[in-house]
Design a protein around this ligand. Structure first.
Ligand code: CIR
Length: 256
């Protein structure tokens, strides 16, 4: 999750009942077969980019569990197991621990702290932590103290509406943030170069930098052009079904 060179990704197969997960959007009921195809394409893309992809089984008791990003924050020094803000997702964490324990010493966000990985945006050595419906000040503080112990800096950002910080802001490398219009003038991001998304392309606010390549949702032509103009390599992926469940490109993997 930090912006160091990535060599691994952890993903989890969506369960047949994934449509029972939480969603705030009214975009219709997602289709399982299409979801599996899109998820396969996502895994294949990470493989093609040279990552070792660790594939975990579906968890039928936790229909949102394929959004693995939310259950851990990984830096080169540690993996922090979160305490997800949604009650229905809390039990997911124990199913990621054994895999992460093979790679990193574990730390834990503990109650009353809550934190979702979707609220944690790493920009080089600085971490922006969204305070949202899912992540509270206590959870952010706990993560912040773990980060400080390894000389990272951190700050919080209010997520006033919507799900997570990374539903609105992504880091696309070269010191550049990709931002939803609503975050264009936020003081927290004053010091960064910015690409502000135009209406109809807000879903691209959740884009995923994998080493030198940026994955964006498909049909986002003007974002694509702006990123290509910066010399970035772009891959478009169809994310229609995850989107219906409030998910995007970052949510479906843990990278390290
Ligand atoms: C949820 O509401 O928790 C899931 N349906 C979507 C989680 C998306 N995760 C992410 O953006 N990191």
């Amino acid at each position: 999750m930090s912006t160091d060179t990535l060599s691994h990704a952890i993903v989890r197969i969506p369960g047949k009942n994934f449509a029972r997960g939480i969603t705030s959007l009214e975009m219709g009921i997602p289709n399982f077969d299409l979801m599996i195809r899109q998820h396969q394409n996502y895994m294949d893309t990470l493989l093609k980019l040279g990552l070792e992809v660790i594939v975990l089984d579906a968890l039928l008791d936790f229909p949102d569990a394929y959004f693995v990003e939310d259950v851990a924050i990984i830096t080169p020094e540690m993996a922090v197991i979160t305490n997800p803000g949604a009650l229905s997702r809390r039990g997911e964490t124990e199913f990621i621990e054994p895999t992460l324990a093979k790679f990193r010493p574990l730390r834990y966000i503990t109650p009353p702290g809550t934190l979702d990985g979707g609220d944690v945006l790493a920009v080089e050595k600085h971490f922006f932590i969204g305070l949202s419906r899912r992540t509270n000040q206590e959870g952010a503080g706990q993560l912040g103290r773990f980060l400080e112990s390894f000389d990272y800096t951190w700050s919080t950002v209010e997520v006033i509406s919507g799900l997570h910080l990374k539903s609105f802001v992504s880091y696309v490398g070269k010191g550049i943030l990709l931002l939803h219009q609503a975050y264009a003038d936020r003081s927290e991001f004053l010091d960064y170069k910015k690409i502000i998304l135009v209406k109809n392309e807000y879903a691209a606010a959740n884009s995923l930098l994998v080493n030198d390549t940026i994955l964006i949702p498909n049909d986002h032509l003007s974002v694509r052009k702006k990123l290509e103009a910066l010399g970035s390599t772009i891959i478009e992926l169809d994310m229609s079904e995850a989107r219906k469940m409030d998910g995007g490109l970052t949510c479906m993997s843990l990278r390290f």
